[in-house]
Design a protein around this ligand. Sequence first.
Ligand code: SAH
Length: 414
Amino acid sequence: MPHNLWHLPALSYHYRMINQPLKSIVVFNNKTNSILRRHPWIFSGAIKTKEETIEEGDLVNILNDKGEYLGFGYFQNNNISIKILGFKDEKYSNDFWKSRINLAFQLRSQLGLINNPQTNAYRLIHGEGDGLPGLIIDVYKDVAILQCHSIGIHKKLTLICEALEEVYALNLNHIYDKSQDTIPSSKTAFSSNNFLKGGVDFVLIKENGIEFEINIRDSQKTGFFLDQRENRKLLQKYCFHKDVLNTFCYTGGFSLYALISDAKSVTSIDSSTKAIAQLENNIILNKLIGFQHLTLNQEAIHYLNHMEKNLYDVIILDPPAFAKNISKRHNAIQAYKRINISALSKIKNGGILFTFSCSQVVTEELFYHTIISAGIETGRNIKILHKLHQAPDHPTSLFHPEGSYLKGMVLEVN
Ligand code: SAH
């Protein structure tokens, strides 16, 4: 074990069990198809028997009712009862965490994100896409921020941190567990936000050469929306001498890219006062003061509904997930439609709309249909220039399409 001392949370978990044999859960034979196709979720109805002593978050072996091994994962008292970590070609050992993190690191290396002088912030672990459902790790320069979305992953935090330390050698000075809001609410007693190594309030990162300050403790998600990196870069092509409106701007990701590519003016809107303050700070950091920038700390939907026509050449709509679950999907679709009708009907002739949805339950197809129906209502002539997705350091398993949560389009409007 590395000698760095982590400030480990005082948890009642048996962290240090060394390669203990796992307990078993048997699934009905007619429910094994999705597992054999490497889909990583097992729903409660698929479970035939479960050893009585299995507790929430325990690692378990998964068997069919002939006793054949199908993989391993962690158990949770939920509609999704097991999230699978390894399929039938893999057995669990404590080295598992290191080998998964190593694989993820190799991929980021291949994507050119390691030791890149222009970009030093990226997602290292993207849940199912990196074979670790329930775990997010974002790296901001020398700070790793972890978010566990399940008790099963949180129980293994020590092993995960050891693995991170080994993979990064001495290059990570701070590790922050920011799981308090992501662990299911009934179990928040298990988690508080904590530094597991080091301790720092802010870190300065670069993305495509642009500097952003990340507030580690007091920010949305892990601090920055890294999934939009490539889409922000694409925006630069369209901003030269244009009037740009960035709605739901957060700390100014798209706004800074627009300013740097010589937009005529940029208007940024967000309802979060903290996000707006951070955006203004980011403008100063990049010495963009004096450029035509207007910040509006207000409700973006209200602004879109009431703004005049023909003010903007480029509009970005990147709202928060309007639908957090299936029951909210219908209302979410209506909300996406309304904001897109406003933007599409009011943008200047020849204008460019960047429009996104990050709701996992709104599929790509559903989102595109929503935009089509918004477009029809405007009566304008609209072309698709690009179809956009999350950046590749947020990979999706081919067998888990639910992982493709971010979809977007770039439209030209006449
Ligand atoms: N495009 C951003 C990320 C957007 S995240 C980037 O590239 O970094 C969504 C943002 O919408 C958050 O900053 C949140 O504060 C803001 N938000 C949520 N509801 C809003 C509303 N009704 N009006 C304005 N902003 C809102």
